[in-house]
Design a protein around this ligand. Sequence first.
Ligand code: ASP
Ligand code: MG
Length: 400
Amino acid sequence: MALIVQKFGGSSVADPESIKRVARRIIETKNAGNDVAVVVSAMGDTTDDLIDQALSIDSNPPAREMDMLMTAGERISMSLLAMAIHAAGSHAYSFTGSQAGFMTDAQFGTAHIKAVKPDRVRRALDKGSVAIVAGFQGVNEGGDATTLGRGGSDTSAVALAVALDADICEIYTDVDGVFTADPRIVPTARRIPVIDYESMLEMSSCGSKVLALRCVEYAQRFGMPLHVRSSFSHRRGTLIVPEIARHRRQSQENQDFTNKGKNMSENNNQSMGDLFPDLGPEVPIISGVAHDSTESLATVRRVPNEPGMAAKVFTMLAEAGVNVDMIVQASASTGTADISFTVPGTAAAKVQEVLQEKQGELGFQSFDVDPNVGKVAVVGVGMKTHSGLAAKFFNALSDK
Ligand code: ASP
Ligand code: MG
């Protein structure tokens, strides 16, 4: 008997019919002889709607009240799901983040998990029930409800799986898994059957939307295997595991798929030879291509080229709460340097403001902020130690 944590995203529980479908899926897993703990997101666009309502009342709502409001979304889906499981003849208990023992720090809106003590969840499982936990939320030392940041239910699921010492954490979503590129843009993109944590971290941090970055970090830290799959089919999705396991599982899957032959290839609509060419253990492996078109590029020109200047620039940005992504510094022969960096598009106005205000103090000549940039990342292990990949990448870019 295995202990499985299943997480269902907002699109999988968008309406009562979907909730019933998810309930049947959970019961199926349970009836196959497993213990099942579930983490749910809020239904459909509930979280966005709650935020809109708040902003229509107060353009700058108190952070504590905002978290109190947003945690309500997951309370609705968790209780309805428990009812759906009950109506389908099985048993379930729902728990808020606080009841499930999610202790966090006090950063409303972006709280970090300090500890998970899922005693009540475990007792429910011991009684033979399904335990359903509201994702994305916890409680701080003062007893106030906190949220983990948008997309936080993925992280809740992994944290619960780790705390319960589950065998696997399944993340159910509306796509078949992690793809080699965004299938809406690249029609030939393929599902990645197995990927290592490092590559998945890069995919998430470079713009892949399937899994929240923090969830992958958490899984890697504790070695919790993840299975990203669709809640709308029973197809196998993407397994996220340590690199060594990836090699082994890939060759296992290869055989598995070949044995199942017709069935699997019909489902996946591609030839298995394509998916698993006979790679040696040292062939460079590209897992996928991630992109992000939401960033902005800022360049600070002619900064005095002395030690400590970059530190000053980024300290000021940090103090303003700006999250910097990529940084490039190029020194000129004139004794000055240009510093370029990217930030989330939503932070562009803030950057503009900070640089304007600090120009005199920092002594740079000018700056500009360009929202019209995109980031493309080729991700995979083995690239550091193989030549020719950058050449291929830039040739492909220039061809297009
Ligand atoms: N409901 C939250 C959000 O929309 C958390 C989540 O779905 O993971 O961000
Ligand atoms: Mg999500």
